[in-house]
Design a protein around this ligand. Structure first.
Ligand code: KIV
Ligand code: ZN
Length: 504
């Protein structure tokens, strides 16, 4: 088990780039390279110099602008021309590395390379010696066992070969899971075998593809088995299902108590930039960076999320959003699975007053709507608030009112279709109006009221908040909004009576 700081070796510009529908030009690679430097990766594979003139140029350019503490490497097959091109392309970098590779799995040696194991071993040793001769003391050589994950049957041959390869000058041994075919443990066991067999000053590296979706797990566990260099790509770009996602590995190690030398707060913005530049969309459910990664829709999750919102550890999230620079807080979406907490948060965030009791009252209405149309937008929830809190529809229908004196109002309304035209007397207009509505036989007791100014858009309007007791003894709250305070009171009374009437 390692206690060394992980070395993040970025392969976005090489493995990521080679899998793009439109590979990046030098200018685009430079933009990403600068982001990588800000993120703080310790090594960058800038390209495959022999692949194309464009890639060669990009390698030259990035090697020329690289900070002096960043390792710059270029990829080369175990052939002299590739190695020479790689060495030429990165010669301006202060810390440079040639990365050469050949497959050593029985299957690939036989069916793809058409070579015997001894031929492959010889080619690898010669390539590494040649690369070392070009680097001298001014650079290092990394050797990769392509298809290492398929080397279970011949692991002894691989280890023997690596011992020779190390003697030939490689100081970094990279172990790729070139195609992820099976469970992480089987790969990690092989990594551990190599780690135990090689001198301790040799850096063990892993490079895991994500064919079965477990590359992050494999990389994280390989680190604990001795691999210090972790080859990862931004947004998990790479051949087929991609390479190991840098963000996931960095955060998983951070959460496991490992000192991760990256500026994690850059992650989210960088992820959006890379998605834009690669034309590869971020999957809605993508860990950490997906639009849904911090969204909560079920009532239980929303409740837990709200209760722990400002805490470092959240009930239903792996990190505080700010760790990776996400400014969008935990998003609450209202679906048929959601509850009062979501209503309360959505309405409060939109700037409207609501109590949890009111949210509980209108949650079933919102759920019913969501059952029909799917997730509700903030606008949908606000409309439900307007229609069921500020303008409650029901048996009482207001028609007209006149204030005759402080103690008397003349009011016209219907109750279940029956018209009432009443001169009502009371201890002030509110009391008069309540008494008028009580003539319907609904036994509602008025308890208290308060008024506040509500800033909705450009105009400040008045909101009356009233408290009533229902015939069954339940206290209910009602609201009325109007520019005119008297009318705000009347609306709050009608809303209150309609709420209580609907509870019968
Ligand atoms: O996946 C792989 O094996 C590679 C090597 C070239 C390191 O990308
Ligand atoms: Zn790869």
């Amino acid at each position: 088990m390692t206690n060394r700081q992980p070395f993040f070796y970025d392969i976005t510009l090489r493995d990521g780039n080679q899998s793009l529908k439109k590979p990046w030009n030098t200018y685009e690679k430079e933009i990403i390279f600068n982001h990588l430097t800000e993120l703080g990766v310790q090594g960058v594979e800038v390209g495959f110099a022999a692949a194309s003139d464009m890639d060669y140029e990009a390698c030259v350019r990035l090697a020329g602008i690289a900070p002096s503490n960043t390792v710059i490497s270029a990829l080369a097959r175990c052939v002299q021309n590739d190695i020479l091109k790689a060495a030429e392309a990165i010669k301006e970098a202060k810390k440079r590395r040639i990365h050469t590779f050949i497959a050593m799995s029985p299957f690939n040696m036989q069916y793809v390379l058409n070579k015997s194991p001894n031929e492959v071993r010889k080619q690898a040793i010669e390539a590494v010696s040649y690369a070392k001769s070009l680097m001298g003391n001014n650079g290092e050589v990394q050797f990769s066992v392509e298809h290492f994950g398929d080397c279970h049957e011949n692991i002894d041959f691989v280890i023997d070969s690596l011992q020779e390869i190390v003697k030939a000058g490689a100081t970094i041994i990279n172990l790729p899971n070139t195609v992820e075919r099976t469970r992480p443990k089987k790969f990690v066991d092989l990594v551990e075998k190599v780690y135990n067999a090689l001198p301790k000053d040799i850096i063990i590296s892993v490079h895991n593809h994500n064919d079965l979706g477990m590359a992050t797990a494999t990389t994280v566990e390989s680190y604990f088995a001795g691999a210090v260099q972790l080859e990862c790509a931004l947004n998990g770009l790479g051949e087929r299902a991609g390479n190991t996602n840098m963000y996931e590995v960095a955060v998983a190690l951070h959460n496991s108590g490992v000192d991760v030398p990256l500026n994690l707060s850059k992650i989210y913005e960088l992820a959006l930039t890379i998605s834009d530049m690669s034309n590869v969309k971020i999957y809605e459910k993508a860990a950490l960076i997906g639009p849904d990664a911090l969204a909560h829709r079920s009532g239980i999750h929303q409740d837990g999320a709200i209760k722990t919102k400002d805490m470092e550890k959240g009930a239903y999230r792996p990190i505080h959003p700010s760790l990776i620079g996400r400014k969008d807080d935990e998003k609450l979406g209202f679906t048929s699975q959601s509850g009062k907490t979501a209503i309360y948060e959505i309405i409060t965030d939109a700037g409207y007053p609501i109590t949890l009791g009111e949210a509980q009252r209108i949650a079933p209405i919102a759920k019913e709507t969501a059952e029909k149309i799917g997730e509700l937008s903030t606008r949908n929830v606000i409309d439900i608030y307007h229609n069921n809190i500020l303008n409650v529809k029901g048996a009482f229908k207001f028609i007209d009112v006149q204030k005759v004196s402080d103690n008397c109002i003349k009011i016209k309304f219907t109750y279940n279709g029956k018209e009432f035209d009443v001169d009502a007397y009371g201890n002030g207009p509110i009391d008069s109006c309540v008494k008028a509505l009580q003539q319907t036989g609904l036994n509602v007791e008025f308890l208290n009221y308060e008024q506040k100014a509500l800033n909705m858009g450009s105009d400040a309007i008045g909101m009356t908040i009233m408290y009533f007791k229902s015939p069954s003894g339940q206290t209910i709250i009602s609201r009325g909004c109007d520019e005119n305070t008297f009318m705000a009171n009347i609306k709050a009374i009608f809303n209150g009576f309609n709420i209580i009437d609907s509870m019968k």
